[in-house]
Design a protein around this ligand. Sequence first.
Ligand SMILES: C[S@@+](CC[C@H](N)C(=O)[O-])C[C@H]1O[C@@H](n2cnc3c(N)ncnc32)[C@H](O)[C@@H]1O
Length: 218
Amino acid sequence: MFGLRPADQILRRRAADLVDRLHVARHLRPGGLYVDIGSGTGHNSVRMARAAVGLRARFVCVEPVSRPTPRVLRYMRKRTDGGMQFVRALGDRLPLRDGQVDGVSIFFVLHHIPYEIQQRVLDEVRRVLRPGGCLFLWEDTPEDEREFLVNETWDRRLNFEAKSEPHFYRSGDHWAALLTGQGFDQVERAYYEDNSKRRGEGLVRHTGFVMRYGNAGG
Ligand SMILES: C[S@@+](CC[C@H](N)C(=O)[O-])C[C@H]1O[C@@H](n2cnc3c(N)ncnc32)[C@H](O)[C@@H]1O
């Protein structure tokens, strides 16, 4: 239990940084329904929910494998401002109705799944988002072959992955082009670098987006 505390603190600080850099609070609306796909242990979902305090917004964490940490569970149980729940499901089969959702967050999930399944997840996101709803996306975004390898080394270490685990990265510009081609408009773009540079391993580049879907009036 004690061994988990430093990791928990690092993840909490990282979640705060990621949510703040995207100015998430600006894009949340009162009474909204928000979904975090691939929420892992839930640190980012909690930070998103904290950004919505006072809005009575609801949060659903969708995750097929991991469980919330005890701290995240305590927060979920205590949260009276709109509620928060954890659902065991896959991002390409969301247990939600069409156009029901005000925002979807997907932080560092898509590069772990093959490109064709990434597309199925994005199709689900478009299905559940209401017009004018937002996608909050953070991805590992290497720009060339060298950065790809550094990202992969970092990813494997961070997630305790086997050497055979494949990754499906895209550059930041590639994500922007893909999403704008599928009905999203970019409203925020942010950057985050892991500290591998200090270890002499080169840059691990991450890009975050807030993408508004469809026509808010439509
Ligand atoms: C690197 S972790 C990121 C967790 C969390 N979003 C974060 O930023 O700390 C990737 C997560 O994606 C989840 N995942 C993998 N495939 C998925 C899928 N098809 N649908 C939803 N989640 C998935 C994994 O179980 C894992 O918890």
